[in-house]
Design a protein around this ligand. Structure first.
Ligand code: C2E
Ligand code: CA
Ligand code: CA
Ligand code: CA
Length: 277
């Protein structure tokens, strides 16, 4: 046991150090990325039951000069810890707002959803930042949705009620991301201006074959139905999942089955093509 213990220590130490170095390097490079135009906005469409596009989620990508395209899953947590998320968040919101004002989008009823992280949301001055960006871009706030997590909501309920209410008054919608994976408390749904729930991919995945997951999806749909909140199913990958969902109450669908996240230019072209047909 002693030897094993020693082995474990020897195994973890270099790994932890490597991770710390990686984190340090990423932080410096991420700072550089924000200033040197290495960030990219990707869009993933959301469709209704008739496969008509209703909106899209904005997803951040980092186009690193040497490492290539980096997923937000590997740099958003670092951005959160270091506070860089504020700059990143502003960048994404500004791009999303500009996108809404482009002719193809401006003439459509499409909505754009933007992920807002806890540190960004709870920072003093967030509402003013949003107001400034709306004014600067001339975007219609009522076509914006902010996706927030349950933990963001629950950690500081009072502050959340105040901030959300002010933003809702501007016309912004709110969506609870990864719904069902976080806290068991649902009381906040009554107190906050929530327009949408996004059913997490983990529930969608096995819903067609696993009765437990199917029951959870149905429970979420029932809550949403009673509270008159819209639903987005995220991470739909297979026809079996789509068929399962299609037999339920109406919702929006987002996932690789329909469309992968794509660069702004490709997305705009897709919107144009849709309008022509
Ligand atoms: P999320 O908000 O839950 O976004 C959905 C993730 O699922 C995206 O990963 C998307 O590309 C992926 N996805 C979509 N359809 C499918 C599917 O059918 N199958 C599978 N396996 N995955 C699918 P992505 O783009 O790598 O983003 C990961 C996470 O990073 C996001 O999870 C979100 O939490 C965060 N993130 C992305 N962009 C931003 C941003 O601008 N700001 C903030 N604060 N967070 C962001
Ligand atoms: Ca999201
Ligand atoms: Ca999600
Ligand atoms: Ca997720």
């Amino acid at each position: 046991a002693k030897a094993a213990g020693r082995n474990i220590v020897r195994f973890f130490e270099p790994e932890m150090q490597a991770r710390a170095e990686m984190r340090f390097m990423l932080e410096a490079e991420l700072r550089h990325a924000v200033e040197h135009d290495e960030l990219r906005l990707y869009l993933q469409p959301q469709y209704d039951g008739e496969r008509c596009m209703r909106g899209a989620e904005a997803l951040l990508r980092w186009h690193h000069p040497r490492r290539g395209l980096i997923s937000p899953a590997s740099f958003i947590p670092i951005a959160e810890e270091t506070g860089l998320i504020v700059e990143l968040g502003d960048w994404v919101l500004r791009r999303a707002c500009r996108l809404l004002t482009m002719p193809a989008l401006a003439e459509s009823p499409l909505r754009i959803s933007v992920n807002v992280s806890p540190r960004q949301f709870h920072r003093i001055g967030f509402i003013d930042r949003v107001r400034d960006i709306l004014a600067e871009t001339g975007a219609d706030a009522s076509r914006l949705t902010f996706e927030v997590t349950e933990s963001l909501v629950i950690d500081k309920v009072h502050q959340t009620v105040a901030t959300m209410s002010e933003l809702a008054a501007l016309g912004i919608h709110f969506s609870i991301d990864d719904f069902g994976t976080g806290y068991s408390s649902l009381a906040y749904l009554k107190r906050l201006p929530i327009n949408e729930l996004k059913i997490d991919r983990s529930f969608i995945q096995d819903a067609p074959t696993d009765p437990n997951d199917a029951a959870l999806v149905d429970a979420i749909l029932s809550i949403a139905d009673h509270l008159k909140i819209a639903v987005v199913a995220e991470g739909v990958e297979t026809e079996a999942q789509a068929a399962f969902l299609a037999s339920r109450t109406p919702m929006l669908y987002q996932g690789y089955l329909y469309c992968r996240p794509e660069p702004v230019e490709a997305f705009i072209q897709r919107v144009r093509d849709t309008q022509v047909s």
